[in-house]
Design a protein around this ligand. Structure first.
Ligand code: RB5
Length: 148
């Protein structure tokens, strides 16, 4: 699996933690910044990660900002992306099993790096359950493909 990861200035600590997790797990990743701690705009980081997921360059994406909300809103504008904002391990597992999410968003002003690491580990290792959940995800895909 290859993962693209990015954060704005509000998510740098968790981004570094998740990069360390991916190195420990031998997961291939692309780090798309940000490199500065001055204020940057989350869409400038969310959209490049979302486009890499949508075009198949990477299988998954991870985005961190202050709340995770801006990142998730922006990522979900890209067709083919299913981004979940997650702050607990139950939802991390459920959103992989039920929603086949391909991007994980988290907020560094909401949770700490330890919980973020656990969430990312669960999210990266949980497979999609398929079955009735595939029927539901396909309904979202059909809507996306048939509406502007
Ligand atoms: C930046 O101050 C903050 O707005 C951003 O990190 C994020 O929380 C937006 O949703």
């Amino acid at each position: 699996m290859k993962v693209a990861i990015a954060s704005d200035h509000g998510g740098i600590i968790i981004r570094k933690e998740i990069i360390s997790l991916m190195e420990d797990m031998n997961i291939d990743y692309i780090d798309l910044g940000c490199e500065c701690d001055t204020s940057v705009d989350y869409p400038d980081y969310a959209i490049p990660v979302a486009e890499k997921v949508a075009n198949g360059e990477v299988e998954r994406g991870i985005l961190i900002c202050g709340t995770g909300i801006g990142m998730s809103i922006a990522a979900n504008k890209v067709k083919g992306v299913r981004c979940a904002l997650v702050h607990d391990t139950f939802s991390a597992r459920a959103t992989r099993e039920h929603n086949d999410t391909n991007i994980l968003a988290m907020g560094e002003r909401v949770i700490g790096p330890g919980l973020a690491r656990d969430i990312a580990k669960v999210w990266l290792t949980t497979p999609f359950a398929g079955g009735r959940h595939a029927t539901r995800v396909n309904k979202v895909k059909v809507y996306e493909m048939t509406h502007k």
